[in-house]
Write a protein that binds this ligand. Structure first.
Ligand code: AKG
Ligand code: FE2
Length: 285
């Protein structure tokens, strides 16, 4: 029988959230953003989408263009563009607690992988069901979790408007198993909630079959501090913006160093042998 995605009412109930992720590979967290933050983020995004037009001019290749489909509006690099994102989403305590549990065992610190808004407009088709961790396909199978991913609902998510399709429990599946239709469930959640899932959990954007409702979702994911990220956060975040951020936000964007001295490794990501964040603090960058 198809499993449901568990729901947790409070974002600070991190024990329940982590337990649900371990068991089901996905969890819907209600009240992830307060109504005030949701409204402020949406107002900022409205402006950015209006300014950029939302329509993508280019993708790295034809497969990526097809993966996203042509009825989806994109706003990428939110870390460099949205103050509400860096203030209220990037260092969200729920993300930090989940990343501490899932990623910390494999790194001295984790980092933001991608902050990418996707509006699934009416007519957008269901995405190819995939694992987000496949971007690092060269990892040997069975390496464990290397990514924490999520969709933050900036509008209501429904089965009709493109709510994320998920395959609960699939994070435990062997590499050769691919989901059947009957194993896929659509995420339904009110605006301000988030669905958090693991990099090995099968999922994809849903089809939007409504005549006039745009599904607005913010795709946010984190990965090990020593892996190359999908979005180059040090370029997506202009230095003038990065300098003004708290140290923790700078570190999550890759301006710190990944320090593996304790396990016999070294420093990764230095500038002049230091963390960029340290040089920024000292007025040298
Ligand atoms: O839009 C969604 O709900 C999911 C998007 C997604 O899975 C992706 O872009 O990797
Ligand atoms: Fe995905």
């Amino acid at each position: 029988m198809t499993q449901a995605v568990p729901n947790v009412e409070h974002p600070d109930d991190t024990a329940a959230i982590n337990a649900a992720l371990t068991e089901h590979g996905a969890v819907i967290v209600h009240n992830f953003l307060s109504p005030d933050v949701l409204a402020a983020l949406n107002a900022e995004v409205d402006e950015l989408v209006a300014r950029e037009g939302g329509e993508r001019q280019g993708f790295p290749n034809a497969q990526i263009a097809e993966f996203f489909g042509d009825r989806v509006n994109h706003l990428s690099g939110l870390a460099g563009k949205s103050r509400n994102f860096t203030e209220h989403v990037l260092c969200h305590p729920t993300y930090m607690a989940v990343c501490d549990a899932v990623l910390r065992p494999n790194c001295s610190d984790y980092q933001l992988n991608i902050a990418h808004l996707m509006e699934r407009a009416p007519g957008s088709e269901a995405q190819f069901i995939h694992r987000d961790a496949w971007v690092w396909k060269r990892f040997p199978p069975g390496v464990g979790e290397i990514q924490v991913a999520s969709l933050v609902a900036l509008s209501d998510f429904s089965a009709d408007n493109g709510g994320t399709l998920l395959v609960p429990g699939s994070h435990r599946w062997p590499e050769e198993r691919y989901p059947q239709e009957s194993e896929i469930v659509a995420t339904e959640m009110p605006a301000g909630s988030a669905v958090i899932y693991l990099g090995n959990t099968f999922h994809g954007g849903g089809a939007n079959i409504t005549p006039d409702t745009v599904r607005r979702g913010l795709h946010v994911s984190y990965t090990l501090g020593w892996l190359r990220t999908e979005e180059n956060q040090c370029l997506a975040t202009p230095l003038d913006v990065a300098r003004e951020l708290p140290r923790r936000a700078q570190e999550l964007l890759g301006f710190g160093v990944h320090d593996d001295i304790e396990v016999g490794g070294g420093y990764i990501g230095t500038v002049e042998l230091e963390a960029a964040a340290t040089r920024m603090a000292n007025g040298q960058l």
